[in-house]
Write a protein that binds this ligand. Structure first.
Ligand code: SF4
Ligand code: SF4
Length: 270
C-alpha cells in the first residue's frame, strides 16, 4: 500500500470514528445505511484495539448495548402492542446465547455488587444447574437464568443483546414454551426491538471479527461462570486464548445476520 493510500485510509477511519461517535449518541434508524453501521463498528473496533485498556472487551459490549438502547429510545415501536410486563420472566428460563464481551460485562457487574448484591459465588451456584443443558432441553425445563431475582433481571442495565430483543407480542406463546407445550408455535417478537438489537449485534460482531476474535455465541450461565472464575479471563481472551473452550456454543446464526457481520468485518479490514 502506498503512503498516499495509507493516509487516505487513516483519514477514512478517522471520519468514520467521528460519525460513529455522533451516531452512538443519537441511535440508529431502523434500517440504517451501510455507512452508518460501519461508522459505529469502527468505533467498536477502535475500542477493542485500545492496547492499554484491560476492560476493552466489556467496554465494547457496553458500546453495542448502549447503541441498542439509544436506538430504541429514539425510535420505539408505535404499531405493535408489546406483551412484556414487569415481573414477567418466562423468557429468562430459555437458552440465552451471549458474546464473550457481554460475558465480561456481566461478570464485572456481578463483581461490583450490581446484580442485586449477589456475590460471584452465589451467581455461580445459581447457574450450576444450567451448565451443559442443551437449548432443546431448556424448553420446558423451567431452569431460571442465574441473574433472575424475584421475577426481574438483576442486571437489567447490563443485560445481553439477545435479552433486549426478546420482546414478545403474545405472552401465551412464551408460557407455552416455558411449559414445553405447543412447540410448533414461534414466539412473535417485536420487529422494532429485533431490528435495533440486530443492528447492535452486527456492529459488535463485525468489529470482533475484523479484530480477529471468534464470533460464536456462548451459553450465558457457563460463560458467566468462566468469566467469574478464570483468573484474568478478559485479558487472556483479549490476548487470543480461548478461555471459553468448555462452554457450549451456538454456532449457527441466521444467514442474513451472518452475511451482514461478514460484510462489516470485510469492510473494516479492507
Ligand atoms: S418475552 Fe414473553 S416472557 Fe419475556 S417478558 Fe415478554 S412476554 Fe414475558
Ligand atoms: S440476563 Fe437478565 S434478561 Fe437475560 S435471561 Fe438473565 S435475567 Fe433474563
Amino acid at each position: 500500500m502506498s503512503e498516499a493510500t495509507r493516509q487516505q485510509r487513516r483519514r477514512e477511519i478517522r471520519d468514520r470514528v467521528k460519525t460513529g461517535r455522533q451516531l452512538l449518541g443519537k441511535g440508529l434508524p431502523l434500517q440504517p445505511k451501510t455507512s452508518e453501521i460501519l461508522a459505529i463498528a469502527q468505533v467498536v473496533k477502535a475500542k477493542l484495539g485500545e492496547a492499554d485498556n484491560p476492560r476493552r472487551a466489556s467496554e465494547a459490549a457496553e458500546l453495542a448495548q448502549t447503541l441498542a438502547e439509544t436506538s430504541l429510545a429514539a425510535r420505539p415501536p408505535t404499531q405493535q402492542k408489546i406483551a412484556c410486563t414487569r415481573g414477567c420472566a418466562y423468557c429468562c428460563h430459555t437458552f440465552v446465547a451471549i458474546t464473550p464481551p457481554e460475558a465480561f460485562r456481566l461478570a464485572a457487574a456481578v463483581r461490583s455488587g450490581q446484580a442485586a448484591g449477589m456475590s460471584a459465588d452465589a451467581v455461580r451456584e445459581r447457574g450450576r444447574a444450567l451448565v451443559g443443558v442443551s437449548p432443546e432441553a431448556r424448553i420446558g425445563g423451567k431452569l431460571a437464568c442465574p441473574l433472575l431475582v424475584d421475577g426481574g433481571c438483576s442486571v437489567y442495565r447490563f443485560r445481553p443483546l439477545v435479552c433486549r430483543q426478546a420482546t414478545s407480542l403474545d405472552v401465551d406463546v412464551c408460557i407455552d414454551e416455558f411449559e414445553g407445550r405447543n412447540l410448533a408455535a414461534r414466539i412473535p417478537i417485536s420487529g422494532v426491538h429485533l431490528q435495533h438489537a440486530s443492528n447492535a449485534h452486527i456492529t459488535l460482531l463485525g468489529a470482533m471479527r475484523a479484530s480477529g476474535f471468534a464470533t460464536d455465541a456462548l451459553e450465558l450461565a457457563a460463560a458467566l461462570d468462566t468469566a467469574l472464575t478464570e483468573p484474568n479471563a478478559e485479558a487472556r481472551w483479549l490476548a487470543g486464548e480461548d478461555v471459553f473452550k468448555n462452554v457450549s456454543r451456538q454456532v449457527t446464526r441466521e444467514a442474513r445476520l451472518e452475511h451482514a457481520i461478514s460484510h462489516v468485518a470485510g469492510a473494516l479490514t479492507a
